[in-house]
Design a protein around this ligand. Structure first.
Ligand SMILES: Nc1ncnc2c1ncn2[C@@H]1O[C@H](COP(=O)(O)OP(=O)(O)OP(=O)(O)O)[C@@H](O)[C@H]1O
Ligand SMILES: [Mg+2]
Length: 242
């Protein structure tokens, strides 16, 4: 059997604030399989963003191992880590984080500038990603000329433009109305189903979590449980609620 796409082994992370030590992750063990869509839930402060940052190589554990796409992410540093990140992960944030002075197309081209692709190829890939998220007609709009939902779709296009194996999304629907949230969630489902992306999405919203296949529950830096989403029941809940 193939090894899991994401392996978290006995990972601990603490922060020091003033004289106080805050144990954010405490001996966490977690495997996530390739090609699956995971939702990550848990109370505020339970360590969700911290875990996402470790998996994406934006931060490193104090102890334990983080292996993602066969790379010992927790041990890489400097140029090797940047290179690995550019090749393997796409990030999506709650507040979109698009560059205001760049157009949608230019925002998507940005991560491609870290690849050896020619200028023409970069443009081609960026257009392909824009089309994928249904935003080709907004290629030359700047972020402030887009709705929140559209901005997030451009951000998702930016995350997939380099064709990463893993997509990490931190509350991607947190700032969106219900319709825009549904579009973003449907898009993530498609990226998982059609492009086989492994997705880890932090969310506080059980409706959003129902779009995933498995829900990982964290509490106080520990794994509480992993729950398989019952798709029939999930569909039922989303039509009867609200
Ligand atoms: N750089 C830092 N320095 C000090 N403490 C930090 C740092 N980053 C996070 N923390 C603390 O670690 C704990 C976990 O933070 P984290 O952001 O992982 O929580 P979260 O589960 O994502 O919460 P939320 O749902 O509110 O986003 C919090 O108590 C937070 O204040
Ligand atoms: Mg968070």
């Amino acid at each position: 059997m193939a090894s899991p796409m994401i392996q978290v082994r006995n990972v601990s992370k603490r922060y020091q604030r003033g004289g106080e030590i805050l144990q954010v992750l405490d001996g966490l063990d977690l495997d996530m399989e390739e090609g699956r869509f995971y939702a990550l839930m848990g109370p505020s402060g339970s360590g969700k963003t911290t875990l996402l940052n470790l998996v994406g190589g934006l931060d490193r554990p104090d102890s334990g191992e983080v292996v993602v796409a066969d790379a010992p992410v927790g041990q890489l540093s400097g140029a090797a880590l940047s290179r690995w990140r550019a090749d393997n992960v796409g990030f999506v944030f709650q507040s979109f984080n698009l560059i205001p002075v760049l157009t949608a197309l230019e925002n998507i081209e940005l991560p491609l500038s870290l690849t050896p692709l020619s200028r023409a190829k970069r443009r081609e890939h960026a257009y392909f990603a824009l089309e994928l998220v249904g935003m080709k007609d907004r290629a030359h709009h700047r972020p402030n000329q887009l709705s929140g939902g559209q901005e997030q779709r451009v951000a998702i296009a930016r995350a997939v433009a380099t064709d990463p194996r893993v997509i990490l999304a931190d509350e991607p629907t947190g700032d969106l109305d219900r319709d825009s949230a549904d579009q973003v969630l449907d898009l993530l489902v498609r990226l998982n189903k059609e492009m086989k992306k492994t997705i880890l999405m932090v969310t506080h919203d059980p409706r959003a979590a129902n779009h995933a296949q498995r829900v990982v529950h964290l509490d106080k830096g520990r794994l509480e449980r992993v729950v398989e989403v019952d798709k029939a029941q999930a569909a039922d809940t989303s039509t009867t609620e609200g």
